[in-house]
Design a protein around this ligand. Structure first.
Ligand SMILES: Cc1cc2nc3c(=O)[nH]c(=O)nc-3n(C[C@H](O)[C@H](O)[C@H](O)COP(=O)(O)O)c2cc1C
Length: 398
């Protein structure tokens, strides 16, 4: 498991690179619902643990968002909880009550006023939700396997014990994602991203490791796909209800799990084949390294994004991400042709003007004085560096 510090590792011998950032970053892209995205640079969802404890917009969060969306095509906001029981982080934004519209409307407005499209990532933590933040027991497709994992790591207590979702609760959770879509439409976002990645609830349903159910929601690949696909259908239905064909719907997933019996590329391809038949606009692959190759299953040894692009191109846009830090990294990623969009997480946290630096070909400035910038970032968010490191480390491992 790589630490947060790993993500910040920089080559301090870095010298001015003569490579020019590909102008492709600043080409427009028309999504399959005819929405024009102003550029190919994406800010991926980044949880910054900085909303107020009730999920409303805080001053630190406002300041952070105000400075980061210039020169960006799609700005995807960090995981926003679809229900109380799905809350996984301290000070996580929410989209499950009319009360949540106001803060979300301001978040959307701040991003849009900088010229980017604002996308709300909607999320349920499942087994990774925390009672200390939600006040409720975490839930999962299968409780035994989830609790066994906690027991092995010495973390199983009455407080952390995970409860298995009933059929009725699963249907209610799908409705929660639909309602979060409704809140996001009412708040004025340009779209939503369904968080099906990074081991949270939706991935827990698709994974043969965490889903041991024998009803309609588990067992075969088709049945494990039921929950993710029903969520997509429910969110698309809300868009129809509001007659908003221009509202963007994206889906984020992690393509492979390292453990057995985990998700393999063969299974991911099956899910992607089903997703591209839905009226969604993009698929976003969560990766540590943009050029990471397939570990097992179909396409072993070939870049994961290349394998996936074969299935998405001409149908939905693909977003790739992972470890891009230098001007050369950014240029290689967009020139690879593996994806229509390239996302930059940590680089955008550390360089609040990333879009401008890329646009002005000032890639040599990307990695300078990271420590100073980190200090600035944490003071911007109103938290000390150690707290931020501890929380961010949990996010940075995929
Ligand atoms: C502090 C932090 C918070 C993150 N929060 C989220 C999140 O809310 N949702 C999500 O899907 N991924 C989240 N991620 C993963 C990023 O979106 C991204 O995939 C990852 O950082 C790799 O890209 P990078 O190397 O460009 O940072 C987070 C990562 C970090 C470091």
């Amino acid at each position: 498991m790589k630490s947060w510090r790993y993500w910040l590792t920089v080559d301090t011998s870095f010298t001015l690179e003569l490579i020019k950032i590909s102008s492709k970053y600043f080409e427009k892209y028309t999504l399959n619902n005819n929405v024009v995205v102003p550029g190919r640079l994406v800010i991926p969802p980044l949880t910054i643990f900085s909303s107020n404890p009730d999920g409303t917009l805080s001053d630190g969060e406002r300041k952070y968002l105000e400075l980061r969306a210039t020169g960006v095509g799609l700005y995807i906001l960090g995981a926003c909880a679809v229900s109380q029981e799905g809350i996984a982080f301290p000070c996580q934004p929410r989209a499950f009550s009319e009360k949540d519209i106001e803060s979300n409307a301001e978040r959307a407005k701040i991003i849009k006023s900088q010229g980017a499209l604002a996308i709300n990532q909607i999320h349920h933590g499942g087994a990774l939700s925390k009672k200390e933040y939600s006040g409720l027991a975490p839930v999962a497709p299968s409780a035994d396997i989830a609790n066994e994992k906690l027991k092995k790591s010495g973390q199983l207590t009455e407080e952390t014990k995970i409860r298995e979702l009933s059929d009725e609760e699963i249907k209610k959770t799908i409705e929660d994602f639909a309602y979060a879509t409704e809140i996001s439409i009412k708040a004025g976002y340009d779209g939503i991203e369904i968080h099906g990645a990074n081991n949270y609830l939706i991935q827990q349903f698709y994974s043969p490791f965490t889903n041991r159910r024998t009803d309609d929601w588990g067992g075969s690949v088709e049945k494990r796909m039921n929950f993710p696909l029903k969520i997509v259908d429910a969110c698309c239905k809300v868009r129809e209800k509001f007659n908003k064909p221009e509202f963007i719907i994206g889906y984020r997933l992690s393509p492979e799990e390292p453990f057995e019996p985990g998700i393999t590329m063969t299974e991911t391809k099956q899910l992607i084949k089903a997703l591209v038949e839905k009226p969604i606009q993009y698929i976003h692959i969560s990766l540590k390294k943009f050029f990471q190759t397939t570990r097992r299953g179909e396409g072993t040894g070939i870049e994961r994004l290349k394998v996936i692009h074969e299935l998405t191109k001409g149908k939905v846009a693909l977003i790739g991400v992972g470890g891009l830090k230098t001007q050369k990294d950014f240029t290689d990623a967009i020139n690879s042709g593996f994806t229509e969009f390239v996302a930059a997480g940590v680089a955008s946290m550390m360089n609040r003007d990333l879009g401008i630096l890329l646009k002005e070909n000032k890639g040599d400035k990307l990695e300078l004085e990271l420590k100073a910038q980190l200090q600035e970032l944490t003071s911007e968010l109103g938290m000390d560096i150690t707290t931020f490191f501890t929380m961010a480390a949990k996010q940075a491992v995929r």
